[in-house]
Write a protein that binds this ligand. Sequence first.
Ligand SMILES: Cc1ncc(COP(=O)(O)O)c(C=O)c1O
Length: 393
Amino acid sequence: MLEREAEEKEFWKKVRAEFLLDPDQVFFNTGTLGAMPRRVFDRVVKHLRLTAEKIAEWDYYGADWIFGYQPWTEIREKVARLLNCEAREIALTENATAGMNYISNGLDLKAGDEVLGTDQEHPGGESGWLLKARRSGVVYRQLPLGKPINSPQEVIETFVKAMGPETRVLAIPHIVTGSGAILPVKELCAEARKRGIFTVIDGAQTVGQIKVDLKELGCDAYYGSFHKWLCAPAGNGFLYLRQDRAGEIWTTLASTQWNNQEDHGFRLSQRGTGNLSLLFGLDEALDFHFELGPERVYARIKALGDYLRARLREIPGIKIFTPLHPDMAAGLTVYNIEGLTGNFIQDELWKRGRLRPRSMGEIYGVRQSTHIYNSFEEIDRTVDILKDLASGR
Ligand SMILES: Cc1ncc(COP(=O)(O)O)c(C=O)c1O
């Protein structure tokens, strides 16, 4: 057992060394933007350099040197393998926000139709619906979630009770940005399906953090970012559209493929000249993730998150806003200490230990992301400092 533990420790130490992160700094803010492994960075830079130096060699006979016009099916196939869907169901977008807007803008809804969301959305999950409501008279209703949420059942009950004859869309996050709560998306999508409600899930925080199996979840649309937990360079996201509902979504950015009814993912990926170097960075990040082994990655993230939440409970005055239910949390933990603020904790952890979580403001303290480049020892160091802060030292 001890030998296995030592091997695991050695393995993750080597993984940490694959990242360009400064060895004297500890990064706990993957929930905003993940750190890039060296090989991802190198792949981006290599292609960027090629375009700077050799663009005259681009003869248009082979593959493009830019993103935005071609289908890039090989890369969409890798994404589809990760998420268990078909490549033609995947559109490559700039980020999660773009994915959300393609749905809210592209779905035909009339005044009085209702969209259900939560009261804990990221702007990237709600703004498109707020715009739609103002412009088209659609009713956007945000249902209250607990902070923390105590059980999946609590969320299911809230939503099932609210689904009525006017409800057309269920638009909710898979992982809540401000608490790290994993919502019971599979159960909610099944309830929505029974009632003919279109389901769109915000997966900005999921891909690379927890397993996402789109067939199993049973949603109609799902969007997310690759630049957080998958460690791709910023500017990489996706939108999944289930094949049998994809035809209902008009494109927002029209280019030559605007009416491609065979490959909806390509139709919605086409956005004019884009940065192919960044897309190659995504390709490399996908390879890195597959080589590490997705299940191993998710297990490590969950173990670190569970360990952090368990250790936090030793601290007097701690308030944890992430669910303590074992199925409802993984690598995001949000907490505060009575009498302190997020900015204070964020700044003290940096000053005293070069530890970098993210402030969530006055009430909700900080959000600490635990990813594959973090360790149990870094969590111990965090808790030591938090104990000092809690006792006014
Ligand atoms: C739940 C959630 N949705 C949407 C977004 C927006 O993601 P992006 O900036 O990649 O569009 C975020 C970013 O933190 C998020 O946490």
